[in-house]
Design a protein around this ligand. Structure first.
Ligand code: MN
Length: 220
């Protein structure tokens, strides 16, 4: 799967989907979890990606798929051990994203101390909106995010509440992984997560970002 990056002539392959858990205190509280001392990182496969206008498919293995609206930083420049004060230079743009989660499978995995790959990694579980050039986003640390299900607002927050800001996440992740153009960093979700059903329409909006709209359908 390829995506076009702002101010780049050729599309690039989507690489790693780096996702951050429990990065808003209010969401950690609703999940009855402690706030982590360092960013909690997990990965989704690139095959989970869909774009605005497409459909999230509810897999038969889960009876409880949740929406998690998130700010996504799109990496545009390769880097390892990226300094905090250079971190935002590696971000080509920003988009709205959804970290779709099979909450029942995630809860069972947590109990068994198993990884979250299945709960987070199904095809279509990473909807991504249109990418806005970083040059046109004044402050990624002060954007409103809102997620509606069938026009009812379920999540409404500001990225100013991120415990680990984008700069810190890029720095932190680059100590572990070489960041590549086309990598996507899902920065975590605020409170208000909840179930989606066959036929739902999800719409994410954010200040200065283009909306993300997907439908929800049972998998065939
Ligand atoms: Mn998430």
């Amino acid at each position: 799967m390829k995506i076009s990056l702002p101010e780049r002539p050729d599309p690039v392959h989507v690489g790693k989907l780096l996702c951050i858990g429990r990065n808003y205190a209010d969401h950690a509280a609703e999940m009855d979890r402690d706030v982590p001392e360092a960013p909690m990182v997990f990965l989704k496969p690139a095959t989970a990606l869909i774009r605005t206008g497409e459909a999230v498919r509810l897999p038969p293995q889960s009876q409880d798929v949740h929406h998690e609206v998130e700010l996504v930083a799109v990496i545009g420049t390769r880097g390892k051990h990226i300094a905090r004060d250079r971190a935002l230079d590696h971000v080509a743009g920003y988009a709205l994203g959804l970290d779709m989660t099979a909450r029942d499978l995630q809860s069972a995995a947590k109990q068994r101390r198993h990884p979250w790959s299945v709960a987070k990694g199904f095809d279509t579980f990473a909807p991504l909106g249109p990418i806005t050039s970083a040059a046109n986003v004044q402050d990624p640390q002060d954007l409103s995010l809102r997620l509606s299900v069938n026009e009812t607002v379920r999540q409404d927050a500001s990225t100013s509440a991120l415990m680990f800001p984008v700069r810190e996440l890029v720095h932190y992740c680059s100590q572990i992984f070489t960041l590549m153009p086309g990598d996507l960093l899902f920065t975590g979700t605020p409170s208000g997560v909840g179930s989606v059903q066959d036929g739902d329409v999800l719409e994410a909006v954010g200040e200065g970002l283009e909306p993300l709209r997907v439908s929800v359908q049972r998998a065939e």
